[in-house]
Design a protein around this ligand. Structure first.
Ligand code: UDP
Length: 245
């Protein structure tokens, strides 16, 4: 049973990081493909306006709060999510998860060579996992059946889909039933981080909830997308005061 809280129409799991890892283990042992999405404030804001995206997020098997903005919104609404459970941290923690055998990963997304570079870096620190396939994230519609076949031949436990949001959520939703992966996680730019191409904010900055500020400094062209963050906060206050639904 999922324990969720409704943030601007999106049902986010009220879950800690360690509970999320336990759930991931359960999913790996079940005989179906599960979808995990990791919306931040920008995506919740987008889903508020886009009913299709909202419905995709609300059909997830686990939806975790990726970012201080979503946790802050939950506090404003009096719903108190226990903590931020970012997608990249969940994936990192999964590398040391014990499932009684090597966990199998497929990395799908990023520019050519990024998934392979990420795999090499990760394997250097986590020899106890297996990376059973890599595929860049640039493809035509016609190539999708071939990509699914490639993933299915590799039989991963965990498929990381790094196409950026909301493309990755839509891709997973559309193809989940054809995939022989136990868990599909939308991970945004995480493969770029694992590959060493993009830096995460320093730990103390991330803990303090300022990862967005660091991102703005590193990728200033994102400012337009990031303007959704203050709008999201205003929306949350509006919902709290019952000014909007
Ligand atoms: N990407 C991809 N295929 C596409 C568009 C994007 O593989 O058609 C990749 C891109 O190379 C990058 C990631 O998706 O690695 C998007 O990262 P971003 O940080 O923009 O995602 P966010 O975390 O903001 O969703």
């Amino acid at each position: 049973m999922r324990n969720t809280v409704n943030i601007a129409g999106v049902e986010v799991d009220s879950i800690t990081m360690s509970q999320a890892v336990d759930k991931l283990k359960l999913f790996i042992n079940e005989d179906k493909a599960h979808a995990i999405y990791t919306p931040n404030a920008e995506i919740v804001m987008e889903a508020y306006k886009d009913e299709g995206l909202r419905s995709i997020l609300n059909q997830a098997d686990m939806l975790i709060a990726d970012g201080a903005g979503v946790v802050l919104a939950s506090r404003i609404l009096g719903l108190n999510l226990p903590e931020k459970v970012s997608g990249i941290d969940l994936v990192r923690n999964s590398f040391s998860m014990d499932i009684g055998r090597k966990t199998r990963y497929f990395f799908f997304g990023g520019k050519p060579g990024v998934a392979e570079a990420a795999a090499e870096n990760i394997l250097a620190f986590h020899p106890n996992i297996e990376i059973v396939g890599c595929r860049n994230g640039y493809f035509s519609k016609e190539e999708v059946p071939g990509i699914i076949e490639e993933i299915n031949r590799a039989k991963p436990d965990i498929l990381l889909v790094a196409l950026g949001a909301p493309k990755q959520e839509k891709w997973i939703h559309e193809n989940k039933d054809k995939l022989k992966a136990k868990v599909c996680i939308g991970v945004g730019g995480s493969l770029d981080v694992f590959a060493g191409k993009v830096k995460l904010a320093p730990e103390r900055m991330r803990k303090a909830g300022f990862e967005w500020l660091y991102r703005l400094y590193q990728e200033p062209w994102r400012y337009k997308r990031m303007l959704r963050l203050p709008k999201f906060m205003l929306l949350t206050v509006g919902i709290k005061l019952k000014l909007v639904k």
